[in-house]
Every structure is written in C-alpha cells, then in structure tokens.
Design a protein around this ligand. Structure first.
Ligand code: ATP
Ligand code: MG
Length: 214
C-alpha cells in the first residue's frame, strides 16, 4: 500500500512530515510520496517557485527511507489536478495496488468541490489526517459520504485498491506554511517548526522575506 501527500509545500514543515510518518507507520504503508503541485487550483499561487519547493522537500526527507518526493505535477504543463495525478499513478501501479491519498482535515472539508472527487475515490482511498482547528465531520455532505465509505482499520484499506475513507490519528501540530511565511516576513526565525536544512535553504536564498501575507 502506497501513500501520497499532495500540497503546495511553501515551505514544507513538521506539520506535514510528522503526520505523514504517523500514516506510514500507522497504516503500514510501503512509502509516502510527497507531490508538490505546480499550479494551485484551489488557492493563490505559491510564493516559492517549483524548483525551490522541490529543493526544500528533498532537504526535508533526507535520511527517511519511507519518504520520497514525486515531481510529476511540476513536470506537467497542465494545472495540478489530483485527478490527473492519480490517473498517471494508477497507470504505473496497475488496478489492484492499494493507494492512499493523504489529506489534512482542512483539505477534506473542500473535497467535494475538487475536480471529479468521486473518480478520485475510484482510484484511491482517502486518509484524512486530523488537524488542529479543523473538524473534518462538519459538512453534512461529507458526513453522508463518510457514512457510505467510512473505514476504520488499516487491514480493510489494504484489502481494497481504493474507495474508502479513513480518519487517521496523527500528531497534532498547529503549524502552517502561512504562519511560517508570516514569521519570516516579520523578521522572526521560524526555527523548530520545520527541519533545519529547510530553514537553511530559506535563509540562504532569502525566500519569503518581503511581501504582503508573507
Ligand atoms: P498554507 O498555509 O500555505 O496553506 P499548509 O501548511 O496548509 O500551507 P499545504 O501545502 O497547503 O500546507 O498542505 C498540504 C497538505 O498537508 C494538505 O492536505 C494539508 O491539509 C496538510 N497539512 C498541512 N499542515 C498540516 C498539519 N499541521 N497537520 C495536518 N495536516 C496538515
Ligand atoms: Mg494549506
């Protein structure tokens, strides 16, 4: 069973890394691939360019054998639709391998407005990582979906290639990239919120130093 975690990673921080490791260990995944997106469909454009976000991810996962960086969205010309990413992954993995799309509770809240959400569920399981300040069960439409697709144990997920939704308990870290960008714009070091090699990269290149909203 393979996991993927998509995101802007602008920059990557411990709120991505530790919950991803919790999923790797908790679900018995073979690996978690971090998939940085090029053009954000649901949000404003990233501050750091693709190459910088990729470099920060590579620095962050150094030495963790269960983690990989998958640059496929950065290599594509088209916008970063998760649907297309899963199509290409499915092509590689074949129809039977179990595939888990890891998403934070805030991302899950908007899931039904994504491009082709039900087709996404045809191709992967959804593993929802709890995140401080976000209640994933708030939306009535999502409650119905969860009632139909909910799953509570890793063995059941592993037995199927796709189609189930599981809430995963992960380390609760109140860290966001937005907050890190704000701290840097205010001239404060965001140390201990993200790996030192990522902070080194940011400080060496002067990323996030100026501009509204960090
Ligand atoms: P931004 O503040 O720029 O939106 P972010 O910290 O939310 O950045 P993203 O790159 O948007 O990071 O997140 C990628 C994925 O990781 C999303 O599914 C998001 O919900 C999840 N995620 C991010 N931070 C956390 C966290 N602290 N705990 C759990 N999940 C998280
Ligand atoms: Mg976010």
């Amino acid at each position: 069973m393979i996991g993927i975690l998509g995101g802007t990673f602008d920059p990557v921080h411990y709120g991505h890394l530790r919950p991803a490791l919790d999923c790797l260990q908790g679900l018995g995944l073979e690996r978690v691939s971090f998939v940085p997106l090029k053009v954000a469909v649901h949000r404003e454009q990233p501050r750091a360019d693709a190459q910088a976000r990729l470099a920060m991810l590579e620095a962050a996962i150094q030495g963790e054998p269960g983690f990989a960086v998958d640059p496929r969205e950065l290599l594509r010309e088209t916008p970063s639709y998760t649907y297309e990413t899963l199509m290409s992954l499915r092509d590689e993995l074949g129809p039977r391998r179990s595939l888990c799309l890891l998403i934070g509770a805030d991302a899950f809240a908007g899931f039904l407005s994504w491009y082709r959400p039900m087709e996404i569920l045809e191709m992967a399981h959804l593993v929802v990582m709890r995140r401080p300040g976000h209640d994933p069960a708030e939306e009535p439409a999502l409650r119905d979906l969860y009632r139909a697709r909910g799953c509570e144990d890793a063995a059941a997920l592993a037995a199927l290639p796709s189609g189930r939704i599981q809430f995963q308990d992960v380390t609760q870290l109140r860290i966001s990239s937005t907050r890190i960008r704000q701290l840097i714009a205010q001239g404060k070091r965001p140390r201990y919120l993200l790996p030192d090699p990522v902070l080194d990269y940011i400080e060496r290149t002067g990323l996030y130093r100026a501009g509204p909203g960090g």
